[in-house]
Each structure stands twice: as C-alpha cells, then as structure tokens.
Design a protein around this ligand. Structure first.
Ligand code: ADP
Ligand code: TRP
Length: 341
C-alpha cells in the first residue's frame, strides 16, 4: 500500500487541514481528529491531512511560536490515530504547488465573493461596531483565505473534505472556483470536491458550558499531563444541586463530556444515578478525569515519543510532503497548461 504512487492512486481522496493555532483540546479531538481517524481506518480512502501553516500567517504569529506549534500539531495528528500507511501528513508550506495554484485561482475569483466570506465579514462588522474604518487590521491573507483554502483542496484533487459546519461556506467557495476555472479554461482540469460536514451534535462544552473553544479560553487540553487535565475538569462549572437531589443529565456538561469518552454502560449508569438523585458532581468529575486519562494516556505517550526524535519526525513529514508534492504537481501542470502558461 505504501508503494502506491501519488499519481496513480485511484482511491477516494479525503483531505482536511488543521490550523496550528495552539495545542489540541478535547473538542478538536472529538469533533475533528477522531472522526477523521475513523474515516482513515477505511482502507478505500487515501487520506491527506495537513498543518495549515500558511493559513496561520494571517494572524501574524511570532515566527518561533509558529514553527513550534506546527511541529507539535503534526506530531499530535500522527499520535491521534493517523499513523497509517494510507494517511499522508504534511505541512502546507512544503507543497509549493498549492500557493501557485492559488495564484491562478485568484484571477477567476470575483472580489464580491470574498467580500461575503464569513471571516472577513465578521472583521468588517467588528470594525463598524467600534467605529473604525471597515478594513482596519484586515490583511489580504485574511481577505483571500478562501482562495488559498480552495487551492489546498483542488491542488490535491480531493474527492471529499471532512470539516465542521463553520467551514461549509469555504467548501462552497472551493467548488465555485473549480467551476469558474472550468468555465474560463477547461472542464475537468480541477476536480470538484464534496463537503463531509460533521454535524454539531457532538459539539463538546468547555469549562463554562459554552462550546469548548480557544476563543473562549475554556478548553481542556488533549495532550496535557493527567494532573493538569484533572485540575481543569475540577473547574467545570456545575449548578448547586445537592448530591442526593435528582438532576437532568442532558443539562450537565460533565455528562456531555462523559458521553464522548466513556463506554456506553458507564454513561448509562451515570445517567440513571443523575435521574434518581444519587450522585455528586465531585464523583462525576473524578470519574471523568479517569476516563479521559485512559483515553489520552497512549496518545500523549506517542506524541512525546514523536517530539523526542525531531529527525525521525522530520523524515515522516518529508515522506508525506513528497507524496503530496507529486500529486499536486500533476494537478498544477494541468491547470498551467489550461491557462496557457
Ligand atoms: P477553536 O474553536 O478552539 O479555535 P478550531 O476552530 O480551530 O477550534 O477547530 C478545529 C476543529 O475542531 C474544527 O473542525 C471543529 O469542528 C472542531 N471543534 C472545535 N471545537 C469543538 C468542540 N467544542 N466540539 C466539537 N468539535 C470542535
Ligand atoms: N480553514 C480550516 C479551519 O480553520 C482549516 C483548513 C485550511 C482546511 N485549509 C483547509 C480544512 C482545506 C479543510 C480543507 O478549520
């Protein structure tokens, strides 16, 4: 299987990217990485997973922080179930055909389309609210983020792209640009991808009960030490119902987290005790810490091993990058010919 060449592989190409913005949290894992690992376990797929390091530049991270986060994220992806022969992990910036395809796509991208993209619109709305110029603080990297994202997808000839619902608009733009390119130049030069939207049903709550997110600073790290994680879990906000009073399991963030990580029998037992009023939050928190530790310990060990040998990690990523480059270079060559270069 490893010997299958990038250009002759006819399996379903499944592709997704993750931005190196910080260490993975339980929400990222349950909502994005674990579902991806499940897709990758089906051998009819060739899976392309990349660290979106070029995308991360639009928030102007400090250079040392960017390279460190990129390395940690690449190792985390591998450690979280993606160390498989049919999975290619790479850094976006190491596949130059992506940025070159983006340069071609820009000329079939209507500026109005980008004016309507969510991230840019949100920045404009925040500026309007603060009474500033509409484009205050907006760089072109943020503005044309959807073009680079379309290039990520189209350059690798992806068939399907698993993403959260927040990325649905970006996927529509990628499809749109593939069509614009076909209309302007040649049909079939770029493959139209299909979005696999992960539903929000599995959205995990954070410490304050809102969606777990870096933006809310309410996360529980996936690869942190057991004591750190247990400490975060103790900080999860619950109501003040006494241990011997009945509680609604569906309203409790602890149960939502337990459902994502514990076996069904444990979850059922806890839910029954909630309804019948025989469980205190301290006990549930201790159980949750234990369940998460069981799940996370092997991932954390593998992550540490991968980080401890930078040369081996570099070699792993280089392998993914060679494969991705081979595939993307073919697509770029077709697109270049189509435009007359
Ligand atoms: P954050 O909100 O912490 O910045 P990102 O937007 O970088 O997280 O999300 C990366 C991926 O993780 C996305 O595909 C998203 O669907 C998934 N994800 C993020 N937070 C959660 C959550 N609380 N529950 C489920 N999935 C999540
Ligand atoms: N924009 C995605 C996010 O913020 C990350 C991403 C970049 C991506 N390029 C991609 C996802 C291509 C899927 C396909 O989560």
């Amino acid at each position: 299987m490893t010997s299958r060449s990038a250009t002759t592989d006819r399996r379903t190409a499944t592709l997704t990217g993750v931005q190196p913005t910080g260490d993975l949290h339980l929400g990222n894992y349950a909502g994005a990485i674990r579902p991806l690992a499940r897709l990758a376990a089906e051998e009819h797929r060739a899976v392309y997973v990349f660290v979106a390091d070029l995308h991360a530049l639009n928030s102007r991270p400090a250079p040392a922080a960017l390279s460190e986060r990129t390395r940690r994220l690449a190792a985390a992806l591998l450690a979280c179930g993606l160390e498989r022969p049919n999975v290619h992990v790479y850094r976006q910036s190491r596949v130059p055909a992506i940025a070159r395809l983006a340069a071609l796509l820009r000329n079939v991208t209507a500026k109005g389309l980008l004016n309507r993209a969510h991230a840019y619109k949100a920045a404009v709305a925040a500026n309007a609210e603060a009474g500033r110029d509409r484009d205050h603080g907006v760089n072109v990297g943020l503005y044309d983020y959807p073009v680079l994202m379309a290039a990520d997808i189209l350059a690798l000839g992806a068939d399907e792209v698993p993403v959260g619902a927040d990325q649905a608009q970006h996927l529509e733009i990628a499809v749109d640009l593939a069509r614009q390119f076909a209309r302007a130049y040649r049909t079939g030069a770029l493959r139209e991808p299909r979005a696999l939207i992960t539903d929000g049903v599995g959205t995990l709550p954070g410490l304050d009960g809102r969606k777990m997110s870096k933006s809310y600073d309410n996360t529980i790290g996936l690869l942190a030490d057991a004591e750190v994680t247990a400490g975060r879990i103790r900080r999860i906000v619950t109501d003040s119902t006494a241990p011997d009073r009945p509680k609604d399991p569906d309203a409790c963030p602890l149960v939502a987290l337990l459902r994502a990580f514990a076996d069904p029998a444990t979850v059922e037992e806890v839910e029954t005790r909630y309804r019948e009023g025989g469980i205190g939050y301290g006990e549930v928190k201790a159980l949750l810490a234990e369940v998460i530790e069981q799940h996370a310990a092997p991932l954390r060990r593998r992550h540490e091993q991968l980080l401890a040998d930078p040369a081996a990690l570099e070699e792993r990523l280089s392998r993914g990058e060679r494969h991705a480059r081979e595939r993307a270079d073919q697509v770029l060559a077709r697109a270049m010919t189509a435009v007359g270069l």
